[in-house]
Design a protein around this ligand. Structure first.
Ligand SMILES: C[S@@+](CC[C@H](N)C(=O)[O-])C[C@H]1O[C@@H](n2cnc3c(N)ncnc32)[C@H](O)[C@@H]1O
Length: 170
């Protein structure tokens, strides 16, 4: 099966945070995100899409009704002096995935994991978050997982390690 994780620049933050990418401005438009959601629906059996909570109003209506809104909560997140209520969780919209069999554990629709302290790329995802996405989508070793916005490469590295471990204990 074919899965995707999409971690685009968040609407309204694209040029500010990722202006070194020549086409970052696309993701400061709702139309850019609409095209991404259409691609996810057309090309993949299951996908997960990250965003910031302030984007839900604009982006959730672009997603199929059967999508689910899940949460990445961040026990440790960056507190900014001019933001009195911190942004300490992020929505993840999930669609499709492999059907679970009765032997498989139930997976929560939220994950608690600290942000990475990685310098250089804002938004690099921690391995615990990636593993949770793999479980939610119920990917199996040998499936194709396309990381559409690789950035630091953390998601790809977590995927390789996750497959290795699953194969070892299969
Ligand atoms: C939120 S970051 C991805 C972080 C990644 N998931 C990680 O764990 O490191 C978004 C990435 O998309 C890239 N990007 C910006 N505009 C883009 C565009 N139009 N097409 C593809 N990638 C783009 C940015 O340079 C950045 O690396």
């Amino acid at each position: 099966m074919r899965f995707a994780y999409a971690d685009p620049p968040y609407l309204g933050c694209a040029v500010r945070l990722y202006g070194d990418h020549p086409e970052a401005a696309v993701y400061d438009t709702v139309e850019g995100h609409r095209a991404l959601v259409e691609r996810l629906c057309d090309e993949f059996d299951g996908w997960a899409l990250s965003m910031t909570s302030g984007n839900l109003h604009d982006l959730l209506p672009l997603c199929p009704k059967a999508s689910r809104v899940m949460a990445w909560v961040k026990p440790f997140a960056s507190f900014k002096p001019n933001v009195p209520v911190a942004y300490a969780w992020e929505p993840v919209i999930v669609r499709g995935g492999r059907k679970r069999d009765k032997q498989q554990d139930t997976v929560r629709d939220w994950c608690a994991a600290n942000i990475t302290m990685q310098k250089g790329l804002p938004g690099a995802k921690p391995a615990e978050f990636c593993n949770w996405i793999f479980s939610v989508l119920n990917v199996h070793p040998g499936d194709e997982l396309v990381d559409l916005f690789p950035g630091s490469g953390n998601v790809g590295a977590a995927w390789e390690s996750w497959q290795r471990q699953r194969r070892m204990f299969a």
